[in-house]
Design a protein around this ligand. Structure first.
Ligand code: ATP
Length: 322
C-alpha cells in the first residue's frame, strides 16, 4: 500500500555570516551546507498494517511523512501510495490518504467545526453518501456532537485532535499518516484517541503510519516499528522483537521522609539507585507490575511522593543499541 524506495531529502542552508551587514551577505552567499534530513530510506507497508515510525528529535520523521503525503518533493528515490506517485498523481493520492499533523490543524480556525467539514467535502468532492456515512460514524466514534458548532479556536486540544482526525477521514481514504497525533494531550484524551485509531485500523482495515514520541502509543497500537536516526533507517522490526531485546523498561521514583532501608530486590527489578531520600527503581513492566513494586517499596521507609516515569523514545532507542 505504501512503498518508499531509496527516498532522500536534502535541505540546503546558507552558513550564517558574522559581522556588519551579515544578513545581507548571507542572502547573496553561494556557500551552502547540505542537510540530509532523509537519507536513502526504503520500506513498504502492507494494507491494514499499523506501523510506528519512530526516532529522536530531528531524525527525519516529519520530512518522511511530508514526502509520502506529497507536501514535499523527495530529492531522490520513488514513492508509491496504492501504486500512485504523490508527486505525479496528486489527485489519485489525495483521495487515498488522510494526514494529521498534531502540531497544526487543517481546520479553519474561526469557523465552526462542521463548516470546516463542509469545506473539505467540497474541496475533496466527497459524494454526499460517503460524507453522510463518515459524519455519522465519526461523530459517534469520536464523540463530536457537543462541539460541532464550536469554532475551532475555542476547542480544547483533545477536541481539536478528534476533529482533525475526522477531517482526515471524511473522504474515507485507505491510508492514514499521523504525525504526533497525541502530542500535548492528557491521559484521558490520549486513551480515547488510541481507542479510535485501533478501531479504524481493525474494523476498517486502514493502513496507518504513526510518528510519536510516546512509547505507550507504540505499545498499544503498533505491531511493527521502523526506527530512524540521522535520516537513516536503523531498524524495521516487530514490537515483540523489540520487547525481546529490551523488555518494557519502566521507572518508579519514590521520595521518602528519611533515607530508606532497602529490602531484597524482586525478580524483574533491574536496578535500584538511591540519591539522598529519593529511590529510583528501574524495572521491566513485562516481568513485574507497578502495584507489586509499590507494595514492596512502601515498606522500605515512609514515602512522601511517588512518580511513575515511562522512558522516552530516545531512551528506548539507546537501550536497543547498547
Ligand atoms: N525546511 C527545512 N529546512 C531546513 N532544514 C530542515 C527543514 N525541515 C527539516 N529540516 C531538518 O531536517 C532534519 C529532520 O527534520 P524532521 O522535522 O523531519 O525531524 P523529526 O524526526 O520529525 O523531528 P521531531 O521529532 O523533532 O519533529 C532536522 O535536522 C531538521 O532541522
Amino acid at each position: 500500500m505504501i512503498e518508499a524506495v531509496h527516498i532522500g531529502k536534502s535541505f540546503y542552508l546558507s552558513p550564517e555570516k558574522k559581522g556588519r551587514f551579515a544578513s545581507v551577505r548571507t542572502l547573496f552567499s553561494r556557500e551552502q551546507r547540505e542537510v540530509k534530513a532523509v537519507d536513502d530510506i526504503s520500506f513498504s507497508v502492507g494494507e491494514g498494517e499499523f506501523v510506528g515510525y519512530i526516532g529522536p528529535n530531528g531524525a527525519g520523521k516529519s520530512t518522511t511523512i511530508k514526502m509520502l503525503s506529497g507536501i514535499l518533493h523527495p530529492s531522490r528515490g520513488e514513492i508509491r501510495i496504492g501504486g500512485y506517485s504523490p508527486q505525479k498523481d496528486r489527485i489519485q493520492v489525495a483521495s487515498r490518504i488522510g494526514v494529521v499533523f498534531g502540531q497544526r490543524t487543517q481546520l479553519w480556525w474561526d469557523l465552526p467545526v462542521k463548516d470546516s467539514f463542509e469545506i473539505l467535502q467540497a474541496m475533496y468532492k466527497i459524494d454526499s453518501r460517503t460524507y453522510r456515512r463518515s459524519m455519522e460514524l465519526y461523530q459517534e466514534l469520536l464523540d463530536m456532537r457537543e462541539f460541532l458548532d464550536t469554532p475551532v479556536r475555542k476547542l480544547s486540544l483533545g477536541q481539536r485532535m478528534r476533529a482533525d482526525l475526522a477531517a482526515a477521514l471524511l473522504h474515507d481514504p485507505p491510508v492514514l499518516f499521523l504525525d504526533e497525533p497525541t502530542i500535548g494531550l492528557d491521559v484521558v484524551a490520549k486513551t480515547s484517541i488510541r481507542a479510535f485509531l485501533k478501531e479504524v485500523n481493525e474494523t476498517q482495515k486502514k493502513t496507518i503510519l504513526l510518528t510519536t514520541h510516546d512509547m505507550d502509543d507504540i505499545e498499544q497500537l503498533c505491531k511493527r516499528i521502523i526506527v530512524i536516526n540521522h535520516g537513516k533507517k536503523m531498524m524495521d522490526t516487530t514490537l515483540d522483537d523489540m520487547r525481546r531485546q529490551i523488555g518494557l523498561p519502566s521507572l518508579i521514583q519514590v521520595e521518602y521522609r528519611q533515607p530508606p532501608s532497602l529490602g531484597a530486590e524482586l525478580a524483574g527489578i533491574e536496578r535500584l539507585e538511591l540519591s539522598g531520600n529519593v529511590l529510583s527503581v528501574h524495572f521491566d513492566k513485562g516481568k513485574i507490575s507497578s502495584p507489586r513494586i509499590l507494595a514492596e517499596v512502601a515498606g522500605w521507609g515512609e514515602p512522601l511522593d511517588i512518580q511513575m516515569k515511562e522512558p522516552g523514545i530516545e531512551e528506548i532507542i539507546r537501550l536497543m543499541y547498547r
